[in-house]
Design a protein around this ligand. Structure first.
Ligand code: SAM
Length: 293
C-alpha cells in the first residue's frame, strides 16, 4: 500500500521536488481530493476487467486510483516535463503505460490495438480534462468509432450542464443534441474549485457518457443534421422559422419548401428550437431532404 499522490501536501511536495509550475495554457489543475478521485472511479464502475484510457494524467493522482481498480491504464500526457515525474510517482504500478502525446493527434482505434495487452477487454475513458479542449476531445472520442463502455470526464460545470440538458431548458442546445445523438449523458456530481492545486476559476462537474438506446428514427445525413442543430439555435430567442429562413433563404420558393418540411414533420414554425427533441430534429432533417432543401 503506497501513499496517495492526491493529498494537498504530497501534490505540493512533488511539484516542489521537480520544480513544476503549472501551465494555465495546458489546463493544469491537479486534483487533491482523494474522495473525489475515488468517486470518479466509482462513477465509471471501473473493475479489473477494464482497460482504461486516461487523458492528461498530470502528476498521476487519478492514474494511480485507476491503476488500482482497472486491468490496465494507458494515459496520454502532452507536457514533456511531467513524463519523468509520472515515471517516479507511478513506479509502484505495473499496469500503467504513459504516452507523451497530444491526445488530439492520437488515432484512438490504433492506440487501443497497440497499447493494451488485451485490446478486446471492455474499454473506459476516464479523465480530468484540460478545460480548453473539452469539446474537441469529446467529439474526437465520439467520432473515432471505438467502442467505449463508459466515458467519465471532469469538465467545467457550465459545459457539463449543456451536455446533459433536456429540451425546454436554457442549457439545451446544439452541443446537447450532438452529444446525445451518440450517447446518453448525465452529470454524476459537481466539484468545487477548492479541490485543485491551483484552484481553477470555474466550478466543475463529472459527466458520465454511456451507450444510448437505439434511436427510433435515423437521419439521412449526419453532417446535415449536425448543421441543422446549429441553424436551429443560431439565434436562441428567435423562432425556428426565423432561424430556418435566415439559414436557407427568404424567397417565396424556399419559404414554401420550408413550410412543407415543417408540415411533414408536424412541427409548428413558431416554436423555438429549444422545444424540439432530438427525434423531431431528425424528422425535420429528413423532411428537408424530401422537399429538396
Ligand atoms: N489528471 C490530473 C489530475 O486530475 O490531477 C491532471 C488533470 S489537468 C486538469 C489536465 C492535464 O491534461 C494536464 O496534465 C495537462 O498537461 C494535460 N493536457 C493538456 N492538453 C493536453 C493534450 N492536448 N493532450 C494530452 N494531455 C493534455
Amino acid at each position: 500500500n503506497y501513499p496517495d499522490i492526491a493529498t494537498p501536501l504530497r501534490t505540493q511536495a512533488i511539484m516542489n521536488q521537480y520544480g513544476i509550475n503549472t501551465k494555465k495554457s495546458l489546463g493544469q489543475n491537479f486534483l487533491t481530493d482523494l474522495n473525489i478521485l475515488k468517486n470518479i472511479v466509482l462513477a465509471g464502475n471501473v473493475t479489473k476487467d477494464d482497460n482504461v484510457i486516461e487523458i492528461g494524467p498530470g502528476i498521476g493522482a487519478l492514474t494511480e486510483q485507476l491503476a488500482r481498480a482497472a486491468k490496465e491504464v494507458v494515459a496520454f500526457e502532452i507536457d514533456e516535463r511531467l513524463i519523468s515525474v509520472l515515471g517516479d510517482t507511478l513506479s509502484p504500478y505495473d499496469n500503467i503505460k504513459i504516452i507523451n502525446q497530444d491526445i488530439l493527434k492520437v488515432d484512438l482505434m490504433s492506440a487501443v490495438q497497440e497499447n493494451f495487452t488485451d485490446p478486446s477487454a471492455p474499454l473506459k475513458i476516464v479523465a480530468n480534462l484540460p478545460y480548453y479542449i473539452t469539446t474537441p476531445i469529446l467529439m474526437q472520442i465520439l467520432e473515432s468509432g471505438i467502442e467505449v463502455d463508459a466515458i467519465v470526464v471532469m469538465m467545467q460545470k457550465e459545459v457539463a450542464d449543456r451536455l446533459a440538458a433536456e429540451p425546454g431548458t436554457k442549457e439545451y442546445g446544439s452541443l446537447s443534441l450532438t452529444v446525445q445523438y451518440r450517447v446518453q449523458a448525465r452529470v454524476a456530481f459537481y466539484v468545487d474549485r477548492t479541490s485543485f492545486i491551483p484552484n481553477p476559476n470555474v466550478d466543475s462537474a463529472i459527466v458520465v457518457l454511456e451507450p444510448r438506446e437505439p434511436l427510433e428514427i435515423l437521419p439521412d445525413n449526419e453532417q446535415r443534421l449536425f448543421k441543422l442543430f446549429k441553424i436551429g439555435f443560431a439565434m436562441r430567442r428567435k423562432t425556428l422559422w426565423n432561424n430556418l429562413t435566415t439559414a436557407f433563404g427568404k424567397n417565396g420558393g424556399m419559404q414554401d419548401k420550408l413550410l412543407d418540411a415543417l408540415e411533414i414533420s408536424k412541427i409548428n414554425p413558431k416554436i423555438r428550437a429549444e422545444k424540439l427533441t432530438l427525434e423531431e430534429f431528425i424528422t425535420l432533417q429528413n423532411a428537408l431532404t424530401e422537399v429538396g432543401v
